[in-house]
Design a protein around this ligand. Structure first.
Ligand code: AMP
Ligand code: MN
Ligand code: MN
Ligand code: MN
Length: 284
């Protein structure tokens, strides 16, 4: 029997639109056997997801997606299969959430200067968890008619050089990897092709990441093209990194993405789950 793994997904605990329980049920309906919930900078959804997973007959892997600033670039480091009660991990995540509070206020101040008042309250109305994300601002701005859809609203307001963009000061790479490892998990460079780094810079990121104890590259991602998947598989083989795969699902509104729907993993890659003792067997 082949086992379907989806090791990157979001719930209402961060910027997804399904509750952890609804996400788990949908994953099961889509044929996913092993799901990681990887909310941004928070692990609050894991408990509800675990209960739902037990009921649905699906295996839940503890996950998180940590915001990192590496040489001025925002990079996402996913943590998998760790102990969420670990104090060092939770202290690190709490620090990031504190920065998010200030950043949310700053985004709202900048939007106000552009004639868009009350964006902080507006964005918060779209958030159900402890964190405020650019995604929540984007949903508010679309609802207010400032742009037609999510892609356009990011392009107009929320990315580099746009009025609502605040340059991030997230965790250090070594700290994020260290927290995950302290909690007994594996660190993953999420969607590595999304950062648009030159080959030289991507190699530097991978080498820095490995020097801190990072072990995994997310080769298959819902946000990777077929070419990206092949390219990232080459890096994984060259550096002998383990590989991961995940849809990066945020909810049914993103109709082009679905839980468990991903291109196949290229040959010659060693999946991260082969080193787990999960009771699901070692092969995919
Ligand atoms: P934050 O961590 O608050 O800066 O928000 C980052 C999140 O915004 C990502 O995890 C995506 O879910 C979303 N996002 C970033 N860029 C875009 C984009 N161009 N279009 C749609 N969503 C985006
Ligand atoms: Mn997100
Ligand atoms: Mn990400
Ligand atoms: Mn993600």
């Amino acid at each position: 029997m082949s086992i379907l793994y989806d090791l990157h997904s979001h719930s209402t605990a961060s910027d997804g639109t399904l509750t952890p329980a609804a996400l788990v049920r949908r994953a099961r309906e889509q044929g996913v056997n092993v799901l990681a919930l990887t909310d941004h900078d928070v692990t609050d959804g894991l408990e509800e997801a675990r209960r739902a997973a037990h009921e649905a007959g699906l295996q839940l892997i503890n996950g998180v997606e940590i915001s990192v600033t590496w040489h001025g670039v925002t990079v996402h480091i996913v943590g998998l299969n760790f102990d969420p009660a670990n104090a060092s991990l939770q202290a690190g995540l709490a620090g990031l959430r504190k920065y998010r509070v200030w950043r949310g206020e700053e985004i709202a101040r900048r939007l106000e200067k552009k004639g868009i008042p009350d964006a902080l309250e507006g964005a918060k109305a779209f958030s159900n968890g402890q964190i405020l994300s650019r995604t929540h601002f984007a949903r508010f701005l679309v609802a207010q008619g400032h742009a037609k859809d999510m892609r356009k609203v990011f392009g107009k307001f929320l990315i580099h050089n746009r009025p609502g963009y605040v340059p991030g000061e997230w965790a250090m790479l070594a700290d994020a990897v260290g927290w995950i490892r302290a909690a007994g998990g594996q660190a993953v460079i999420a969607h590595p092709a999304r950062y648009r780094l030159s080959a030289t810079r991507l190699r530097a990121l991978i080498e820095d990441f490995m020097a801190c104890g990072g072990e995994v590259l997310e080769v298959v991602s819902g946000s990777h093209s077929a070419g990206d998947v092949q390219g990232m598989a080459q890096y994984a083989r060259r550096y002998e990194l383990l590989v991961s795969q995940g849809s990066d699902y945020h909810g049914p509104e993103q109709s082009w993405l679905e839980l468990g729907k991903m291109p196949p993993m290229p040959d010659g890659c060693t999946p991260v789950w082969t080193v787990w003792d999960t009771g699901q067997g070692a092969s995919a």
